[in-house]
Design a protein around this ligand. Structure first.
Ligand code: GTP
Length: 402
């Protein structure tokens, strides 16, 4: 029976239990796979780098013990070296995992780890006796780990630190252990090779930094350009209001939303009265200033949820969401009053304008085109009735108006 089976599976100490809790070998495998497959690419790369660093350290320890077993290094020195290296990296790991390192500028402790690793390699040079030449290529690998975590200035700091450290280490070995150390020409060759490896690695890493910085700049520029295009596609350049395309998208979205939650939606068409006369008397630039002034004045009296868009020419559309006709009538009366506030022109003159408004309530299952047509017909009626007024689509007006 399933129930009994599951009890047997989770009995304490069973390997299946360990698997379920992720502590057995299969559990560990599953967790590593989970870590690798369910993360974002950059997280996977970071995790891969951590595993690689751990592998590098294990290889270093193994190489040191192999050297010791071959009589090339003192076993006791290798014990101490391993203990110190593990302690340093365990400290870094704890600081990172506990989140304590987040309060510092380098939360991954990349600089600290690079400097610590260089010091460990230098110490390995001292204790590895005849096998010491093997440890030098490791400096390049350590620098590689700094490619993404270190700023160019930090890279230079690691370079200077490593050059000084290895010069002193190689010279110190020659001075303290003239017999145990390599012949002087060989020690000099070690020093030269180390310096060349350090300098060329740093140069290549700085090149990689420069390319990364360039790519980042291009990415930012591209994001800005996309934002600009998006802005141009949705904003009216003259008034700064959402444009017709943007309003249509909003209308479609609100219609879908209104179908789901039955919220009231009012759509008003606004048209400036006798705008041609304003254009003729104030010039086209004056007309533009009037359009801008009108947009500004009306926008100021709207609620946060209402949207005014420029529909085209001297026509605007106002979308009021969650507003019943009773409240909408009050709101539109305020729009009418705001429009009547004289607009100041750049030449110092001011223009008084009026606006006609046609308004319709979005009905259940009504299309965007249909509600716009009814609002437009109401606008036509407002113009016909003498302008500077609000006309409601038949059946949509609040009771006290109808
Ligand atoms: N300055 C300026 N004028 C515009 C712009 N777009 C349209 N117009 C002008 O707006 C005027 C609209 O005139 P009509 O459609 O006859 O309407 P009206 O004069 O407002 O008359 P009614 O709507 O009947 O009250 C035209 O003269 C257009 O040239 C614009 O972006 N800037």
């Amino acid at each position: 029976m399933r129930h009994c089976d599951s009890q047997a599976l989770s009995s304490p100490g069973s390997s299946a239990d360990a698997h379920v809790r992720g502590t057995g070998p299969r559990g560990l495998q599953a967790r590593v796979l989970d870590l690798l497959l369910t993360r974002e690419p950059h997280q996977r790369i970071r995790l891969g780098m951590c595993l690689l660093a751990a592998l590098l350290m294990l290889c270093g320890i193994a190489a040191m013990y192999l050297s010791a077993s071959a009589g090339l290094a003192s076993l006791q020195a290798v014990h101490w070296w391993t203990l110190t290296a593990c302690a340093i990296f365990a400290l870094a790991y704890t600081l990172i995992r506990s989140g304590y390192s987040r309060r510092w500028r380098d939360p991954a402790l990349t600089l600290f780890q690079c400097l610590a690793a260089m010091t460990c390699v230098a110490a390995a040079y001292v204790i590895a006796l005849p096998a010491r030449g093997l440890v030098l290529p490791l400096v390049a690998v350590i620098l590689m780990f700094g490619v993404f975590g270190l700023a160019p200035r930090q890279m230079m700091a690691v370079l200077v630190y490593s050059l000084v450290l290895f010069s002193l280490t190689i010279a110190g070995v020659q001075w303290r252990q003239p017999e145990g150390g390599p012949p002087w020409p060989l020690a000099g060759a070690y020093l030269i090779v180390t310096a060349v490896v350090l300098l060329s690695s740093t140069f290549l890493i700085l090149r990689a930094h420069a390319i990364r910085a360039k790519l980042h700049r291009q990415k930012v520029q591209l994001a800005l350009a996309v934002e600009q295009v998006r802005e141009m596609a949705t904003r009216d350049e003259l008034t700064g209001l959402p444009n017709r395309r943007c309003m249509l998208e909003m209308l479609h979205a609100q219609r879908e939303q209104a179908r789901r939650d039955a919220r009231p939606v009012l759509v008003a068409q606004l048209d400036l009265d006798h705008f041609k006369v304003i254009n003729d008397t104030c010039g086209h630039a004056g007309g533009d200033a009037v359009l801008q002034g009108f947009a500004h004045q009306v926008s100021r009296c709207l609620r946060a949820g209402d949207t005014l868009a420029r529909w085209g020419g001297e026509e605007f559309v106002l979308l009021m969401v969650g507003v019943v006709p009773h409240d909408g009538a009050g709101m539109l009366a305020r729009v009418l009053a705001a429009a009547a506030t004289p607009v100041r022109l750049p030449d110092g003159n001011s223009v008084r304008l009026t606006v006609s408004i046609g308004v319709a309530r979005l009905r259940p299952h009504e299309s965007v085109d249909a509600v716009l047509q009814r609002a437009d017909a109401a606008l036509y009626a407002a113009k016909h009735q003498g302008r500077n007024r609000i006309a409601w689509a038949p059946g949509d007006a609040p009771e006290w108006i109808a």
